[in-house]
Ligand binder design. Structure first.
Ligand code: PLP
Length: 462
């Protein structure tokens, strides 16, 4: 830290925070007797809190966001230059960074052609859901309106997105939800056997479960299937072999739009520009947010095919025949300006290649740790998006206790290393440690994170 933060400033900030800030996803009772953590500064993969304590960030800003690392002056400069030129105009008009970033983005997404700007992952997903509903009205007299979503996937925090939410803890007490959202089973291979699923050809089998739901609901009522390419907060679930190919065939067979939620995987996290690109499939709609501008500005995008776009081309004789949607701050120019520079950095610094290399290394090392720690039941992930599922018994794959998982995260934090754990979704599935270091991570950063985890596991589990 640069030392400009005096003791006086510190106590004022902490007092103001405690008096007025309602922290996200937090219980505030503990702050009656202790202070909240306030992050002050960041550089590369490191962040410093109000006490000047240095943390190595193993989760890119806590929620898979700061893909290119902290303190990027070139992004700050690109945003500043754009803000003094033109900070905003409503998205019914175009902007220079909006046009240039869409061109760049589309160059990485063959088969897709249109970018709709918004601010958050939830918002981009809501817009995709609205498009599906409108297409149902325009083409099918309103019938093909249902949206399928998967157990353990998460698509955002609004009522619409929670209606498509597969994580119970996030949904509890927020209902009633929107109608027309239907859940399909997850595809977590590690738990196939203990949940009565076949281990042979599990990928195809899991995809076929989706087809069963489509047949039950009636294919002429189902408009879209919305899935994360690799499930994030629901357990770092990598798809089993054969899964995505079969899912894609099923969507084609029943004329169902395939909407892939790349809010976490998008823009490099898994070592390709987008997670779905590992699986040789072609989506109709893709949403993205976190890594698009690495948190330097708020931006999310919904990207569609030209075919989807053409369905909304206005017919002058029908005043309702266009996508009647706006996002006020989707017109902020800071987002695409930051996103454009963010993509340049990823390309020029070879960060996709680095992600694959460092991700493979970290995956191997975590698997190696299974020899020393029986508590690790499974290690999975793609690129720098990894998880280690903790189980109290490897044979039965019984989840480790939530308190102990939390104790590992807290122990790492005390050592100055930030890691995460999956959300408490279906009780018993909160037991996966999450790792998502910035795409700039080097071997010694990965080793540092792993050594903290190693000693935390020894301390907590012996
Ligand atoms: N989709 C996925 C897969 C996410 O993990 C999240 C957030 O964590 C969202 C959507 C929602 O994004 P936001 O918090 O930007 O609304």
């Amino acid at each position: 830290m640069d030392g400009t933060f005096s003791e006086n400033d510190l106590s004022r900030v902490v007092a103001a925070d405690k008096a007025h800030v309602w922290h996200h996803l937090s219980q505030h009772k503990p702050y009656e007797t202790s202070d909240p953590r306030i992050m002050v500064e960041g550089k590369g993969m490191k962040v410093w809190d109000q006490h000047g304590k240095e943390h190595l960030d193993g989760v890119s800003g806590g929620v898979w966001t700061v893909n290119v690392g902290y303190g990027r002056e070139s992004i700050a400069n690109a945003v500043r230059d754009q803000l003094v030129k033109l900070n905003y105009f409503a998205g019914s008009a175009g902007s220079i960074p909006g046009a240039l970033f869409s061109e760049k983005l589309i160059s990485k997404m063959p088969g897709l052609s249109r970018v709709y700007y918004a601010n958050s992952g939830s918002e981009a997903n809501e817009k995709a859901f609205k498009m599906v509903r409108q297409i149902a009205h325009k083409r099918y007299g309103g019938t093909k309106h249902k949206i399928l979503y998967r157990d353990r996937d998460y698509h955002g925090t609004t009522i619409g997105c929670l209606s498509a939410g597969g994580q119970e803890e996030r949904n509890a007490q927020y209902g009633p939800f929107a109608p027309g959202f239907v859940r399909v089973p997850h595809c977590l291979e590690y738990h196939a056997a203990d949940q009565g699923a076949p281990v042979e050809n599990y990928g195809e089998w899991a995809a076929d479960q989706i087809e069963q739901v489509i047949l039950r609901e009636g294919p002429d009522t189902v408009g879209a299937l919305c899935l994360e390419p690799v499930t994030a907060g629901g357990g770092v679930i990598t798809p089993p072999i054969g899964y995505w190919q079969r899912v894609s065939e099923i969507c084609k067979k029943y004329d169902i739009l395939l909407h892939i939620d790349e809010v976490v995987c998008g823009v490099g996290r898994t070592g390709t520009w987008f997670g779905y690109q590992h699986y040789g499939i072609q989506p109709d709609m893709v949403t993205m947010a976190k890594g698009v501008a690495s948190g330097y500005a708020a931006i999310s995008c919904l990207v569609t095919t030209e075919e989807v776009f053409n369905l909304f081309k206005s017919d002058a004789s029908d005043p309702l025949d266009y996508f009647r949607d706006i996002s006020t701050f989707g017109g902020c120019t800071s987002g695409p300006a930051a996103a454009l520079e963010n993509m340049r950095i990823i390309e020029d610094e070879g960060l996709l290649e680095n992600t694959t290399k460092m991700g493979d290394y970290m995956l191997d090392q975590l698997r190696g740790m299974m020899d020393r720690h029986a508590i690790i039941g499974d290690v999975r992930g793609k690129g720098l998006f990894l998880g280690a599922e903790l189980v109290s018994d490897r044979d039965s794959r019984t989840p480790a206790a939530e308190k102990q998982v939390g104790a590992v995260v807290a122990d790492c934090m005390a050592q100055g290393v930030i890691i995460g754990a999956t959300n408490r979704s279906v009780p018993g599935y909160n037991n996966t440690l999450c790792f998502s270091p910035a795409l700039i991570a080097k071997k010694d950063n990965i080793d540092h994170i792993l050594s903290a985890v190693d000693s935390a596991l020894t301390r907590v589990f012996g």
